[in-house]
Design a protein around this ligand. Structure first.
Ligand code: IVH
Length: 672
């Protein structure tokens, strides 16, 4: 097609494509928020490459076709990769795969076995082991240099810190993909949404965002995993790809069991066809399969281009899509007042489930896609909880289909919506009179990680409708007599509810703080605030500066916290909760202060469940002990969590130093 273009037309199209691709690269690599699918990106890139080939006069070394993007981040130190981290050529259909097979056979001239693997959709990392111990973990970066994410990688429990078995090279490098399994991803997103934080778009973004977090103790709480697929540079040690991965498995690396050796192209197709339909049954996301020439001798014959190996190719699955008609657009109002448009669809099967609703995110998204009621739309399912609409089948649009206008008033209470500067969402400002906001706040208040009051959503709805509970503090005024009179309430359920409400008065201060539902104050932030300010009065008196002096608290949180306490309605709520006996101050640290560890030197190693390393260090100090970084004859205990450093373990064993667990440590400092 491009050959029919005039050079002038081609030049302007090339320029436009470069601009678009630069923006997509930035969205993907820097912001971790891609706005197009891989397929759309690849098609744009291919169009650019074809045009550049046909019109070499527009050559430019800064063209996005000349580089592979970069995830380099100023906050991490970067290092050179010993072997560059290359990408893979993509194919989307059998013809392209056949061409790959023909190129391979032309060069190798003989029989080829292919090793088929899944293409894990996560973040690539390269790990270096020195004499079996993990010494460095780098992201891909720009392929030549990568960011040092060793501290974060060490928290991933399935990654060996020390290789197992024998026979591995003294200097060893292995590549894998850091992923977030789908179920854990969904759980994490539910928790984020409950805290009023934005949900991650898909498991890959969540994994990428997590790997780039500054605080590795927070990383340790995220259920990351790592699947390995390539050992660069060890061509002499093994003869085949499958043999190299078998060895890696013996050395302790997680090699998924789904890899298969294919002795012909039809066997490769069988593998592809199987996983294209069975991908939903996997615990993690894949975006295709990778087909590798199994023999290292043949791999050497084929070699590499500047960007990718000639001996491997990926076969990308199209994101699972369905087409359906929009019958209407509803608006949901969350507890923060944010209004989310949701499209109602004619039911359609997609990736193993029937889809009836799909998210439209916000007004900008509706305008950008020009979605109209009655339109046929493409629905896609990534890792998202609700599927999303990715495009409109314009050719199917019927005449008379009017552009859709976002609502201007709250669908629940009729209040005029507002849009805050720099935010895509519309909000209903009627905090006190808008039912879903009121109920949403109460539901959050009673949730398990907050006050842990045992009441179903339907119960809250009923109490609200009956006018008994209009805010969280009203729960504490509920009386047995008025409850038993309600429909569906028996003596037992009324008493159970009251008992559960009574018990919530013992819930510690940091959870009360979380229960208030202050924007951006999730469980961890609430804990930090409670530790730093100790009680509600001090927290209410804190200014932005003193808030930001707390570890992990930035401008966004400090603004939200001060705003919350400036509102007289919130102050009134807190006062009523206080009057009912809800905890408004942190207890002394678990066992207060003591000299139970006086004269003891303790080394901390590994990742812990109940406390962060910082907290443990503090506890040691509070009880008169000393924390030290290295094991020596003077060490009294090693406080060991998961993934204890192998060096420390060996030394402790040699010196006969007792290794205690986190629970044992806590028992020592709080004897009964
Ligand atoms: S092999 C030199 N195998 O795909 C060949 N890569 O587009 C190195 N990926 O950066 C790559 N699963 O992040 C290979 N089974 C697999 C893979 C895989 C996922 C990723 C990897 C790589 C990207 C290339």
């Amino acid at each position: 097609m491009e050959l029919q273009m005039t050079p002038e037309q081609a030049g302007s199209r090339i320029e436009a494509l470069r601009k678009i691709l630069h923006q997509h690269n930035y969205n993907y690599y820097v912001r971790s928020e891609p706005t197009v699918s891989d397929l759309q990106y690849d098609m744009l890139l291919k169009e650019l490459q074809d045009l550049e080939k046909a019109f070499p006069q527009f050559d430019d070394e800064n063209s996005p076709s000349r580089r592979v993007g970069s995830d380099l981040n100023v906050e991490f130190e970067s290092f050179m990769h010993r072997y560059p981290m290359l990408s893979l050529g993509n194919t989307y259909n059998r013809e392209e795969l056949e061409e790959f097979d023909q190129r391979v056979r032309k060069v190798t001239g003989d029989d080829v076995n292919y090793y088929c693997e899944l293409k894990y959709d996560g973040v690539a990392v390269s790990l270096t082991y020195t004499r079996g111990a993990l010494t460095r973990a780098l992201t891909r970066g720009d392929g030549t240099r990568g960011d040092d994410v060793t501290r974060n990688i060490r928290t991933i429990r399935s990654i060996p810190l020390q290789m197992q078995g024998t026979g591995y090279p003294a200097e060893f490098e292995i590549r894998g993909e850091v992923i977030l399994p789908v179920e854990q991803f969904k759980q994490m997103n539910r928790e984020r949404v409950a805290r009023g934080e934005p949900a991650f778009a898909n498991p890959r973004n969540a994994a990428a965002g997590t790997l780039k977090m500054q605080n590795s103790s927070l990383v340790a709480q995220r259920p990351l995993d790592c699947l390995f697929y390539y050992i660069p540079g060890e061509q002499n040690l093994f003869h085949t790809q499958h043999e190299s991965l078998e060895s890696a498995r013996k050395w302790g690396f997680k090699i998924p069991a789904y890899n298969r050796l294919a002795r012909s192209l039809p066997e490769v197709y069988n593998y592809i066809t199987h996983w294209e339909s069975a991908r939903d049954q996997l615990p993690f996301e894949i975006d295709g399969v990778v087909i590798k020439v199994d023999s290292f001798r043949q791999q050497r014959q084929l070699g590499f281009t500047a960007k990718e190996p000639r001996w491997a190719i990926s076969y990308k699955f199209r994101a699972e899509q369905a087409i359906s008609r929009i019958t209407g657009i509803d608006f949901q109002v969350g507890r923060t007042g944010a209004v989310t448009p949701v499209a109602n669809l004619e039911p359609v099967r997609l990736a193993g489930t029937t889809v009836k609703r799909a998210s439209l995110h916000n007004a900008d998204q509706i305008t950008q896609l020009d979605v109209r009621i009655g339109d046929h739309v493409y629905v896609e399912k990534g890792g998202e909880i609700i599927p999303k609409i990715v495009g409109v089948a314009r050719e199917k649009r019927k005449d008379g289909c009017e552009p859709f206008h976002f609502i201007t008033e709250c669908p629940e209470c009729g209040t005029r919506l507002v849009r805050r500067e720099d935010e895509a969402a519309h909000y209903c400002p009627n905090r006190t009179g808008c039912p879903p906001q009121i109920k949403g706040r109460i539901e959050h208040f009673i949730s398990r990680k907050a006050m842990d009051i045992n009441a179903a959503e339907a119960t809250i709805d009923q109490l609200f409708r009956e006018g008994l509970v209009m805010d969280a503090a009203d729960l504490y005024s509920l009386e047995y007599d008025s409850l038993v009179r309600l429909e569906r309430f028996g003596e037992k359920s009324a008493q159970n509810l009251l008992d559960s409400i009574e018990a919530s008065k013992q819930v510690p201060f940091h959870r009360v703080l979380y229960a208030l539902g202050i924007r951006y104050v999730g469980e961890i932030v609430a804990r930090k605030l409670a530790e730093a300010f100790l009680n509600m009065d001090k927290l209410m008196a804190a200014n932005r500066e003193s808030l930001e002096a707390v570890d992990e608290i930035g401008e966004r949180i400090s603004e939200s916290v001060t705003e919350y306490f400036q509102d007289p309605l919130n102050m009134k709520l807190i006062q009523r909760l206080r009057d009912h006996g809800v905890q408004m101050a942190a207890e002394e640290s678990p066992a207060g202060k003591s000299d139970l560890l006086a004269g003891k030197t303790i080394v901390i190693s590994g990742v812990f469940i109940k406390h962060t390393r910082e907290e443990l260090k503090e506890l040691i100090g509070q009880h008169g002990g000393k924390n030290s970084g290295s094991v020596s004859a003077r060490t009294d205990y090693i406080l060991a969590g998961e993934n204890m450093g192998p060096g420390k373990y060996a030394k402790a064993a040699k010196l006969g130093i007792p290794i205690i667990s986190e629970d044992e440590f806590l028992a020592i400092i709080s004897p009964v």
